[in-house]
Design a protein around this ligand. Structure first.
Ligand code: NAP
Ligand code: MG
Length: 502
């Protein structure tokens, strides 16, 4: 009998290649800029009033999406730092530390409510000054900043419950220095626990994003906070250094790069100043083969492309279990094609502007390093606006553990993808980093989550989610990501002395 061989049926692919229809676009949906009042010029907020800078110098702050000047802002020098620290000291000694905690709490609640009332304006200013999508400033930065004030306002008169049988007393004047990636939120993280515990503040926002901190100064003035309790000094790195080095400062709270964090640690060595340092990161996001893949991909996308990757805890290293690597990489590539890069003030925008030309140059430098190191680069094919500082979301595959794009913080929308086979291997790889701020685990198994979180050297480990924040949970790093915790009960600790009650 003749046997006829059946032609083998073509192999069915279990993946579907998505085709993206480029023939249509979302209609522009810009948030109205009229919600925001930005003055032409800002002075320094010292002792409850606006004071001219001693050096009579101002610098421009621009919109990184258009490169247009938004305003000019005072450059504080040492004499101004002196004035601000003196005002903070007087306010501390004469008013704030003597005030009943309940009354202090009322002021902080008032600030929280006023942030909510002015939420729209704050969101628009944040987006114009820093380049982050309005959706993020509106839905994340501003509400979370208000929540921090609400949360710590609640603690102000309950410190005896926070620290039972011990007496909490304030440190004095806190010098607080913040970066440009979450300008209002970082100000809230710093100011709210300091005030709740009875300290006064001298705060310096980053040079490229001073406007929401100045708007917060207006809110603080309107809230009738006693003069000198919060002082805001705008300026550059030297202004920050003058706060760090001032002998009248009792505590430094710094969020920024590991490089500057090390400088600060050296500067305060041998002094009585206390410090918390929230520094850089290179978070590992780990996907196991049993994870819900689509959710994990979405989480990874959010983890690295949220706020253009300008996030200290961004999931910039992805470890995928080998058996699902192909599938995950294809889904990631498809997904970044759908991300909208463009004007941050538009409500449809997913990825806004890179904060500064300098940061864009840094990101480009790393893209070249990645290519030279032999990794495969895949960037979205989306068009970029002609003006402003923009970068396409980019994925590197075939990345070696030792390569610089897997080890160093890029602080941009760039994901390095690596693979692993076993739990032990991925733990070793994930922990093989000078940083230890955050990490993510994606798996169906609760036991695996507990096993991984116990062994990961990271301050925060998210499981089946990423980049979630709540004022009641502490945040902070291991190793070169700094020390000290912000948020939650832990966030009160760096601002107090504790003594045993007799
Ligand atoms: P940065 O250069 O370290 O600056 C941070 C702040 O320090 C800015 O206000 C800066 O002023 C000021 N500064 C600069 N030199 C100083 C000095 N010698 N002494 C005192 N202050 C000084 O960091 P960045 O580039 O703005 O921010 C990005 C970095 O922050 C990233 O590494 C990121 O990972 C880290 N970050 C960490 C966290 C966290 O919670 N761990 C959160 C957000 C960001 P100028 O702006 O005027 O230079
Ligand atoms: Mg700006």
């Amino acid at each position: 009998m003749a046997v006829t061989k059946k032609k083998a049926a073509p192999k069915k692919s279990n993946t579907v290649k998505l085709k993206f229809d480029t023939s249509w676009n979302y209609a522009p949906a810009p948030e109205s800029k009229s919600a925001a009042t930005i003055h032409k010029q800002y002075d320094l907020f010292i002792n409850g009033e606006w004071q001219k800078p001693s050096g009579k110098k101002y610098f421009d702050t621009i919109n990184p999406a258009t490169e247009e000047k938004l305003s000019e802002v005072a450059m504080a020098n040492e004499a101004d730092t002196n004035k601000a620290v003196t005002a903070a000291r007087n306010a501390y000694e004469k008013v704030w530390k003597k005030m009943p905690a309940k009354e202090r709490g009322k002021y902080i609640f008032r600030i929280a409510r006023m942030i909510q009332e002015k939420a729209r304006e704050l969101a628009v200013i944040e987006t114009l000054d820093g380049g982050k999508p309005i959706r993020e400033s509106r839905d994340f930065d501003v509400p979370t900043a208000a929540n921090h004030f609400f949360y710590y306002a609640g603690w102000a008169d309950k410190l005896e419950y926070a620290f039972p049988n011990r007496q909490a007393s304030p440190l004095g004047v806190a010098g607080q220095i913040i970066p440009w990636n979450f300008p209002l939120l970082m100000a809230a993280w710093k100011i709210a626990p300091a005030l709740a515990t009875g300290n006064t503040v001298v705060l310096k926002p980053a040079e490229t994003t001073p406007l929401t901190a100045l708007k917060l100064a207006e809110i603080i003035q309107e809230a009738d906070l006693p003069p000198g309790v919060v002082n805001i000094l705008t300026g550059a790195g030297e202004t920050g250094a003058s706060i760090v080095n001032h002998p009248g400062i009792d505590k430094i709270a710094f969020t920024g790069s590991t490089e500057v964090g090390k400088l600060i640690q050296r500067a305060i060595a041998g002094t009585n100043k206390k410090a918390t340092l929230e520094l850089g990161g290179k978070a590992a996001n780990i996907i196991f083969e049993d994870a819900p893949i689509d959710q994990a991909v979405e989480g990874v996308i959010n983890g690295i492309f949220f706020n253009q990757g300008h996030v200290c805890c961004a999931g910039s290293r992805l470890y995928v279990q080998e058996s699902i690597a192909k599938q995950v990489i294809r889904k990631l590539k498809d997904r970044i094609e759908t991300l909208i890069v463009g004007d941050p003030i538009d409500k449809n925008t997913d990825i806004g502007a890179i904060n500064s030309k300098q940061q864009l140059d840094t990101i480009h430098k790393y893209l070249n390093i990645g290519k030279k190191e032999g990794a495969e680069m895949y960037e979205s094919s989306c068009p970029l606006p002609r003006k402003g500082y923009f970068c396409r979301p980019t994925i590197f595959t075939n990345v070696a553990q030792s390569s610089r794009i897997a080890q160093e913080e890029i602080f941009g929308p760039v994901l390095a993808v690596l693979t692993f086979r076993t739990d032990d291997e991925v733990i070793e790889k994930a922990n093989n980093s000078p940083y230890g701020l955050s990490a993510g685990v994606w798996t169906d198994k609760g036991s695996k989550i507990f096993n991984m979180t116990k062994r990961m050297r990271a301050g925060v480990v998210w499981a089946n989610t990423f980049n979630k924040f709540d004022p009641s949970s502490p945040f902070g790093g291991y190793k070169e990501s700094g020390f000290g915790r912000e948020g939650g009960l832990h966030g009160l600790m760096p601002y107090i002395h504790l003594t045993h009650q007799s």
